[in-house]
Design a protein around this ligand. Structure first.
Ligand code: PHE
Ligand code: NA
Length: 506
């Protein structure tokens, strides 16, 4: 009673979906600020080094594991080595946690897409975002840290995002995920290109570009700049948390793996640099309007960049509503296609272990995730929780997962040669021996150092001045949740023979 494994319709569908996963909020709201803070033009050096020595090598490792063992992260890792199933579940847990807050940001973008049309934020975008829209509680002050005061303006789009996501996931890999990407990714490229060209023609654009790209070469001597580059590459390429394992498991048996990997990696980086150009050109315009230097602007990173600074730009430019709609529309598409990929990780894992079909899996996983997402992030304390959980999931969770993957697969199991052979048998571009050094030495060394230094910094300095009990529960608690969740899921019984490749769902 086994049906064949789901498949992409072809290589293009896979590439577009993998690009859809990689190109996300990280490209638009993370990269420009990170580059600016870490040496500007000089940041491109560590960034490219990180891409070549860690990003692409791990991307190929993920592809090889997913394609060779043809399963979701837990199933694929288990087939590689029984005990590695737990690592797969750890990645599934990371994906789940990221999905619940990532959906909230997509929901904000959806609201702001609508608000663009009448410039709803008025003259005070900062007050509008945290006050009128998020209704952020006075944390640590008069209000408490955790409330269940729901904010309807966030709740409604958030529920909508979840409903659409579940419908697409339930429709399957080819008819749901792939179709959504085939429509949305070209649309994103067009919308974003228009946006960038428009930004470049604004007054002051050149000052913005100078601010971003003027190299501060001394930054290259700062280890934190290098760490920032590796962290950006990992998050941005969607590697080491199960996504690329899952996506490549749906490719046909004899598929070219390396060239699509390179296409995806370079598409993602191009999009990132394009976003940097567009965002900073627009910031140059804002500075020009205010008669100050770009360096004096505030709010150049994270949520504030997208939801406060950008609205301010939109308000001041001719045909602002159109520009705003393009920007927030791009954000919605970029975020939504990434959200699909991350939930597919969770859904695929449950289908395979518990022998349920994709509709049931997306319904069950999706309902749980949606409830957690709504409870946690549509309340007046949602932003703080999001910020804290994001910081731990990214800086500790993903990094730990990448280090563990490399150490266990390359050193403990010594599978690298077999995986390289697998990559090379069908692919046109051959992976050389340098790959062993990348996944076996560079990644464990750089990321191991990064992991330890981040854990120490978080333990000693805390985060954003938040109360230590709060960081204990929402920061370190996130890590405990990942580990306990992974242990419990590993311990449950397989309802389907995990060693039958190519036969999911039952
Ligand atoms: N690569 C994504 C980005 O740049 C990160 C991501 C992917 C996050 C999938 C969540 C889900 O934004
Ligand atoms: Na990205």
């Amino acid at each position: 009673r086994h049906r064949p494994r789901e498949q992409w319709t072809g290589q293009t569908g896979f590439i577009l979906s993998a690009i859809g996963s990689a190109v996300g909020l990280g490209n638009i709201w993370r990269f420009p600020g990170v580059a600016y803070d870490n040496g500007g033009g000089a940041f491109l050096v560590p960034y490219l080094v990180a891409l070549l020595t860690a990003g692409i090598p791990i991307l190929l490792l993920d592809y090889a594991v997913g394609h060779r063992f043809r399963g979701s992260a837990p199933a694929a890792f288990r087939r590689l080595w029984r005990r590695l199933e737990a690592l797969g579940w750890f990645q599934v847990m990371i994906s789940f946690v990221i999905a619940v807050y990532y959906a909230a940001v997509v929901a904000w973008a959806l609201s702001f897409f609508v608000y663009s049309f009448d410039l709803r934020w008025g003259d005070d975008p900062a007050g509008f975002f945290t006050g009128t829209y998020l209704q952020l509680a006075d944390v640590g002050g008069a209000d408490s840290w955790v409330t269940l005061d729901f904010v309807p303006a966030v709740l409604v789009p958030l529920v909508l995002v979840w409903v659409v996501t579940l419908v697409v996931l339930g429709a399957g890999v080819a008819k749901g995920v792939e179709r959504a990407n085939v429509v949305f990714i070209p649309l994103l490229v067009v919308a974003f290109s228009i946006l960038v060209v428009r930004s470049l023609t604004l007054d002051g654009a050149a000052d913005g570009l100078n601010a971003l790209f003027t190299p501060n070469w001394s930054a290259l001597g700062d280890p934190n700049v290098w760490i920032a580059a590796y962290a950006q590459i990992f998050f941005s390429l969607s590697v080491a948390f199960g996504i690329m394992i899952t996506y490549s498991s749906y490719r046909r048996r004899r598929s070219n793996l390396t060239s699509p990997g390179l296409v995806v990696a370079f598409a993602n980086s191009s999009f990132e640099i394009l976003a940097g150009i567009g965002v900073f050109a627009a910031l140059g315009f804002l500075a020009h309007q205010q008669g100050i230097g770009v360096g004096e602007l505030e709010g150049l990173t994270g949520p504030i960049l997208s939801f406060v600074t950008f609205p301010a730009i939109v308000s001041q430019m001719p045909a602002g509503p159109l520009f705003g709609a393009l920007f927030f529309g791009s954000l919605v598409i970029a975020g939504f296609t990434s959200l699909l990929s991350i939930l597919q990780v969770v859904s695929a894992a449950f289908q395979e272990k518990f022998g349920i079909d994709r509709r049931q899996a997306s319904l069950r996983v999706g309902v749980v995730a949606a409830v957690v997402s709504v409870l946690g992030f549509s309340t007046t304390t949602g932003l703080i929780a999001l910020d804290t959980i994001d910081n731990w999931a990214n800086n500790v969770g993903i990094v730990a997962s990448a280090v563990l993957t490399c150490v266990l697969v390359v050193w403990v199991r010594r599978e690298a040669p077999a995986l390289r052979y697998h990559l090379n048998t069908v692919s046109t571009v051959q992976v050389g021996r340098w790959w062993y050094a990348a996944v076996g030495v560079v990644v464990p060394a750089v990321l191991g150092y990064m992991l330890i230094s981040r854990i120490v910094t978080l333990a000693v300095d805390g985060y954003e001045g938040y109360a230590s009990w709060y960081l204990g529960v929402f920061g370190w608690g996130t890590i405990v949740f990942l580990v306990v969740g992974a242990a419990v899921l590993t311990a449950t019984r397989w309802r389907v023979d995990p060693d039958r490749y190519d036969a999911w769902p039952p």
